[in-house]
Design a protein around this ligand. Structure first.
Ligand code: AMP
Ligand code: ZN
Ligand code: FE
Ligand code: FE
Length: 278
């Protein structure tokens, strides 16, 4: 229910991603690239027999209830990809990502670190640019050994981390619903990624139209997974699990966590777009 392709910061093309899902024995795959639907068409065209595809995206959001705002990710499933306001918002965020990437590179270069913005953009190959693409250039330059190291505090995790102009999360939930989609809060409790939002905010989001919470995710400890499940039960939200697969930009394998049939059916029933079948 949550994977990335070269349309954002994954390393498999959309076609390779659906073929890999089939080989991994999955019945259903959701493609959820950051702030784009560009991978939908090539994924549908390459869909192997027996695999169903949920078309989605992972929206870059922020909660402004504290200062500085908390960045968070909203999965959106089965929405109308032509909804004008949503399309405009995604384009705005992608542009903001490029602008932020360029500023991060300027900071690195000011410290004498030889990375090049044109090379990073080329590495993203037209997909949504993210810090994993900058991480690749740090690896290529021999400055770090892995993506994980590039996300450490000395690099993109803190010292060279800059905020981007994300979508207000309440606006995002309403926009996804207006576009006929199903909004699910991605890794809501992932303290190892940084600050997380309070449960009260999640209750407010549920009242605003949030449909579910992602519980089973490698960035949640077992206690965090259990907490998210309990909160979802309390708020009447559905619960998902996912690998958040990124190809070789992460070590998690495709299918590492999965979603139950009941949650899947609730998502499919609530979404305006049909599930594509191979
Ligand atoms: P951005 O969207 O540009 O802020 O970059 C965030 C992305 O980087 C996330 O979607 C993950 O794919 C990736 N990421 C975050 N933390 C890590 C980490 N510790 N190791 C590898 N990838 C990470
Ligand atoms: Zn990512
Ligand atoms: Fe995410
Ligand atoms: Fe993700």
């Amino acid at each position: 229910m949550h994977t990335h392709s070269t349309a954002s910061d994954g390393t498999l093309s959309p076609a390779e991603l659906v073929r890999a899902a089939s080989r991994a024995g999955l019945d259903v795959l959701a493609i959820t690239d950051h702030d784009t639907t560009a991978g939908w068409e090539p994924a549908v065209r390459a869909l192997p027999p027996g695999l169903r595809l949920i078309r989605g995206a992972e929206l870059s959001c922020r909660w402004s209830g504290t200062d500085p705002a908390v960045p968070l990710h909203l999965l959106a499933y089965l929405f109308d990809p032509h909804h004008p306001e949503l399309v405009a918002e995604l384009a705005r965020v992608r542009a903001a990502r490029e602008e932020r990437g360029e500023r991060i590179v300027a900071l690195l270069r000011a410290d004498g670190i030889d990375v090049s913005w044109p090379d990073i953009l080329a590495g993203a190959g037209g997909g949504t640019v993210g810090r994993p693409h900058i991480a690749q250039s740090l690896i290529r330059a021999g400055l770090v050994g892995s993506t994980g190291e590039a996300f450490g505090p000395d690099w993109l995790g803190e010292r060279y981390r800059l905020p981007k102009e994300d979508i207000d999360v309440f606006r995002a939930v309403r926009l996804v619903r207006a576009a006929g989609g199903v909004p699910v809060f991605a890794h809501p409790r992932a303290t190892r990624r940084g600050r997380v939002v309070p449960d009260e905010l999640i209750a407010d989001l549920a009242a605003a139209g949030l449909a579910g919470l992602e519980a089973d995710h490698e960035d949640h400890s077992p206690a965090e997974q259990a907490h998210v499940r309990a909160l979802a039960a309390e708020l009447g939200l559905l619960v998902t699990g996912s690998s958040d697969f990124h190809g070789t930009h992460k070590t998690v394998r495709l299918g590492a966590f999965t979603t139950g049939v009941e949650a899947y059916e609730r998502i499919v029933d609530a979404g305006v777009t049909e599930v594509a079948s191979g």
